[in-house]
Design a binder for this molecule. Structure first.
Ligand SMILES: NC(=O)c1ccc[n+]([C@@H]2O[C@H](COP(=O)([O-])OP(=O)(O)OC[C@H]3O[C@@H](n4cnc5c(N)ncnc54)[C@H](O)[C@@H]3O)[C@@H](O)[C@H]2O)c1
Length: 341
């Protein structure tokens, strides 16, 4: 049975622990800088609680390492696991800054394919089916891609200053979806951000409502919409428009009941949940893909360079939003701006 070490027993660590059990792998060891959290986690899962990340990585029976810690610790933990010869899965984003993301891929060198970045939305059944249909030519040449991603409610205010900002923390998923759908890089980006949800978010230096437009190397147009609040629930849609048709990966509804009355016409129940419920299947599928990668010794389906390129787009979007300029991009991820990142 494939053995996994888990670093970080917080919110997403707990989601992954369930997926590891469902995927038929074994959670062998766990480390968290908060010993109480680690102990509670160990008792619940049967994993050995270790007193350092290195001890968890090196624990007997560990084949792969799952990094689910706070973003500022990702790069050092990816490198520690890779240096120990383990396959690594790391939560998004790969790093809190573009410079750190660059350090990660430069240090990994030809080991970038041993790292699996947790862009779980690629493993959502509907998004994956849409992706396969686009790539299979079902709508002819893809011309426009619209990605909508709205959270039901904003995160706690104390999270805002450490989040890296909406583009690096939240829209990073959508940048990855865009690259995955297009199969090519982005050459131009323009971002607008505003504060429509909570003025406190603005006072803390972030935006809560944003729109990004991008153009790909072959001229395809992309729009991404983000909001930190949607009263009707977690809003996650992808629309791909092509020469011979359109494909939509829509929000699932809680049940198949539809209402017809004075104020509803075929309105399904709202799906008022968040990522843990909406993407349960994708978390399981990505762990299964990670276990497959460990067992086969194959290449990561979402490697460290994918993590870096998403961070590149997030950095450029942040800058575009701050300066009001659109930014021409380099397909290799070289910064085209002077601002230190
Ligand atoms: N893919 C997704 O859908 C998704 C969803 C939520 C969070 N995330 C990402 O997962 C990561 C964790 O987010 P979260 O919401 O679980 O946060 P969290 O604060 O709930 O959990 C993080 C845990 O990591 C621990 N930790 C911090 N530094 C550590 C270190 N050096 N070694 C070991 N443990 C350490 C903390 O004590 C905490 O228990 C973030 O990078 C976040 O962006 C991804």
């Amino acid at each position: 049975m494939t053995g996994i070490a888990l670093l970080g027993a917080g919110r997403i660590g707990q989601v992954h622990a369930k997926a590891i059990a469902q995927a038929g792998a074994k959670l062998v060891s766990v480390f968290d800088v908060m010993p109480k959290a680690a102990r509670a986690f160990g008792e619940k899962t049967g994993a050995t609680v270790c007193d350092s990340a290195q001890a968890a990585i090196n624990h007997p029976g560990v084949d792969g390492v799952l990094v689910a810690t706070s973003t500022d610790t990702h790069v050092d933990l990816i490198l520690a696991a890779a240096d120990a010869g383990k396959m690594v899965m790391c939560e998004k984003p790969i790093a809190p800054s573009l410079a750190e993301a660059r350090r990660c891929i430069d240090t990994l060198g030809d080991r970038v394919d041993k790292v699996f970045i947790g862009f779980n939305r690629r493993f959502d059944r509907s998004h994956a089916k849409l992706n396969a249909a686009v790539r299979g030519g079902e709508i002819g040449s893809l011309e426009q891609l619209t990605i909508t991603s709205r959270d039901p409610y904003p995160p706690p205010l104390e999270y805002i200053p450490v989040s890296g900002g909406l583009f690096r923390d939240m829209m990073i998923h959508d940048f990855d979806i865009a690259r995955w759908m297009l199969g090519e890089e982005i050459v131009k980006i323009s971002a607008e951000g505003g504060v429509a949800v909570d003025p406190e978010i603005g006072r803390l230096g972030d935006v809560d409502t944003a729109i990004v437009t991008m153009v790909s190397a072959s001229g395809k147009q992309i729009v991404i919409l983000n909001s930190r609040r949607a009263v009707y629930g977690y809003d996650q849609r992808i629309e791909a428009f092509g020469a011979t048709g359109m494909l939509i990966s829509d929000n699932p509804s809680e049940t198949s009941v539809k209402r017809f009355d004075a104020s509803h016409f075929a309105a399904p129940d709202a799906y008022a949940t968040f990522f843990m419920d909406r993407y349960t299947g994708s978390y399981r599928a990505e762990i299964e893909a990670f276990v497959d990668m460990i067992q086969s010794g194959g290449k990561s389906p979402v490697n460290a360079v994918d993590g870096f390129m998403a961070s590149y787009l997030a950095e450029a979007a942040t800058l575009s939003c701050q300066t009001g300029r659109s930014i021409e991009l380099d397909v290799s991820g070289k910064p085209t701006w002077d601002t230190p990142s």
